[in-house]
Design a protein around this ligand. Structure first.
Ligand code: MG
Ligand code: MG
Length: 265
C-alpha cells in the first residue's frame, strides 16, 4: 500500500531531506585522494546527530554504518573502512537521515581527483537519468514511466541498468511501497498521486548490468568489475510537479518481478 503524505508530513520530510542533503554536500567536500571512507562515515554520523537526526542506515537489517561508501566497481551498500581513496577513483555515497519521525534518502557519485573521461561520462549520464526520472514523478503518470525514462537514457549510451536493486517509496520508514525499478514500460505499474514521496535512484554500470554480493553479505559489485554510478533524491509529488526534498538550493544553482526485487538503501 502506498502511503500518501499530508501537507504537515511533507513539511517534516522537507526538514529530514534538507539535513541529509547538507550532510552529503559536506561529505562531497571531504572527498579527496587519501581520505579513508570510514572518516566519511564518522563525519556523517556526527553531522546527522548534530542536526538532531539519527542515521537511518545504522542498524537497518544489521547494516553497521551511517553511510554506504561504494568505490569503483562497487554498486551499492559498500562498507566504509580504512581504505583510502585514490586519485582516479569514483565513490558513491548513500546516506539516510531520520528526523522527527521521517526519513530522507539521497546518494551521489563523486570523482576522486583526476578521473578518466569514460568514468566521468558514466556519472554525468547517471545524473541525467535521475533528472529524467524525476521529471516523470507527476500526478497521473505511472511508476513504469520513471523506470522507462532511466532505461532509455542509460541504454542509449550502452550502459547496463542494474535490475537487482530498485528505488522505493519513503516516509516514516525508509522503504515503503511502491518499489521503483530503473527499467520499465510507459503507462505500467502504479498510478502516481499527489502526496506520494519516492526515493528515485538509478544505479548504472559502465559494462554489464549483472551484479553479485561480496562475502560481507552487503557490498554489491558489478560482475565484470567495471565501475558503477548511483545517484538518488527523495522526491515529493506535488500539484505543481516534482519537489526535490534532498536537493540543497545552492547545489541546484551550481548544477512484475517487482516483489522479488531487493530494495536499495
Ligand atoms: Mg539511499
Ligand atoms: Mg534509497
Amino acid at each position: 500500500m502506498i502511503i500518501g503524505k499530508s501537507k504537515k508530513e511533507l513539511e517534516k520530510m522537507r526538514l529530514s531531506g534538507q539535513l541529509v542533503g547538507q550532510v552529503l554536500r559536506e561529505l562531497k567536500r571531504m572527498v579527496v585522494p587519501g581520505v579513508m571512507t570510514l572518516e566519511l562515515d564518522m563525519a556523517a554520523e556526527r553531522m546527522i546527530r548534530d542536526g538532531g537526526g539519527a542515521p537511518t542506515f545504522k542498524g537497518y537489517n544489521g547494516f553497521p554504518f551511517s553511510i554506504c561508501a561504494s568505490v569503483n566497481e562497487e554498486v551499492v551498500h559498500g562498507f566504509p573502512s580504512a581504505r583510502k581513496l585514490k586519485d582516479g577513483d569514483i565513490i558513491s555515497i548513500d546516506c539516510g537521515v531520520t528526523l522527527d519521525g521521517f526519513v530522507g534518502d539521497t546518494a551521489k557519485t563523486i570523482p576522486v581527483g583526476r578521473v578518466r573521461p569514460e568514468w566521468l561520462r558514466l556519472i554525468e549520464v547517471t545524473e541525467e537519468c535521475l533528472a529524467r526520472a524525476i521529471e516523470q514523478c507527476r500526478i497521473g503518470n505511472h511508476v513504469g514511466d520513471i523506470g522507462w525514462a532511466v532505461q532509455q537514457h542509460a541504454e542509449r549510451h550502452g550502459y547496463g541498468v542494474v535490475r537487482d536493486y530498485v528505488g522505493h517509496g519513503v516516509g516514516r520508514k525508509m522503504h515503503e511501497d511502491p518499489q521503483i525499478p530503473n527499467y520499465g514500460k510507459p503507462g505500467t505499474k502504479e498510478k502516481i498521486k499527489a502526496g506520494y514521496v519516492f526515493a528515485v535512484e538509478p544505479m548504472i554500470n559502465l559494462g554489464t548490468q549483472e551484479t553479485k554480493v561480496l562475502a560481507d553479505g552487503w557490498t554489491v559489485v558489478t560482475l565484470d568489475g567495471q565501475p558503477s554510478a548511483h545517484v538518488e533524491h527523495t522526491v515529493a509529488v506535488a500539484e505543481e510537479g516534482p519537489e526535490l526534498l534532498t536537493l540543497i538550493a545552492e547545489e541546484a544553482e551550481a548544477t512484475t518481478k517487482q516483489a522479488e526485487l531487493a530494495t536499495s538503501l
